[in-house]
Design a binder for this molecule. Sequence first.
Ligand SMILES: Cc1cc2nc3c(=O)[nH]c(=O)nc-3n(C[C@H](O)[C@H](O)[C@H](O)COP(=O)(O)O)c2cc1C
Length: 340
Amino acid sequence: MALEVEQVPLFLAPMAGVTDLAFRLLARECGADYTISEFTAAAALTRQDAKSWHKLESDPREKPFIPQIFGSSIDDMAQSCELLQDVADVIDLNFGCPAPKVTRHCAGAALMGKPDDLVKMVESCIEVSTVPITVKMRLGTGTGRINALEIAKQVEDVGAERICVHGRTLRQRYSGEADWGAISEIVAAVDIPVIANGDITNSHSAAKCLQVTGAAGLMIGRAAIGRPTIFHQIKEQLNWGNSSPPWGAPLSVDNQAEARLWAWRRYICLDDELNELTNSEEEIAPELLSKNRLRHAFSFTKELPGSKAFRTELHNNREAKQLANSVDNFLEDLILKNEK
Ligand SMILES: Cc1cc2nc3c(=O)[nH]c(=O)nc-3n(C[C@H](O)[C@H](O)[C@H](O)COP(=O)(O)O)c2cc1C
């Protein structure tokens, strides 16, 4: 029986190395209401680094377009907002990244340990930006007090439009369980929308998280890697509207190989289309094109029978077209075997 929870928007979480433009468009087709670019260093944007600007490309099909930036310098962050505001509909500021290469410069989640600087950064970005500014954060650094609630109130006061909270501390990184109870306290304390994030993996956990937090939206990260069809599945299983699936009958998304083959083909199609567009304007190195594709090739085949041996094959096969074909063949063979 479907769980009764009111419909809220579903967000694809920003994920470095995962949420490239083709994947974001695919997630939208699968039912994600919002997508956010992977995080990009403000310092690189202000020095006009081409690779960083390439990461922030969008497409008319991705509306609203929400680039995410991170940095330790208030000036770089504010300047990046100014540079982005003509292309972005909303700009998201990252205070959640736990990676040492980011936190050692006091950026990402480390800024939660310097709440005054964090709030000043948000305020400065809002001051210069003509588009709304949103914030993504964790519960705290995990070394001092849990201070997400205080920070949430302060960023609301300076004008942040929305907050997304990943229910873990910096210290936890991805271990333990996301604390949805802590998110519910933030939901109760502020008037702006709060998006709950952490450990939502299916319709059951989506409904449970909504019941616990009362959040205005849900953000899904790791469970969408290699499995973007999760957005449609959640909406369908929670009786949220009755939009028809983009893959059409008779595909069964409960059959992992079938769902993944559909999604993989669609990803390749979108990626080819986008690369063609980009390459007509500028030369992008082929390694860059296939880098994302290789990561997705691993994730679209992960945990399926025979995927371990297939991974080795993938390592020796990095050319973009070959990659597309070998994943296609692997998934198609699996479906045929299942049918026998
Ligand atoms: C591979 C990977 C890359 C990530 N990159 C980013 C990022 O660029 N920006 C960000 O705010 N969070 C990033 N995150 C964190 C996710 O957005 C999300 O907060 C986290 O995975 C918890 O949600 P989940 O339990 O649904 O995965 C990343 C997570 C993963 C697994």
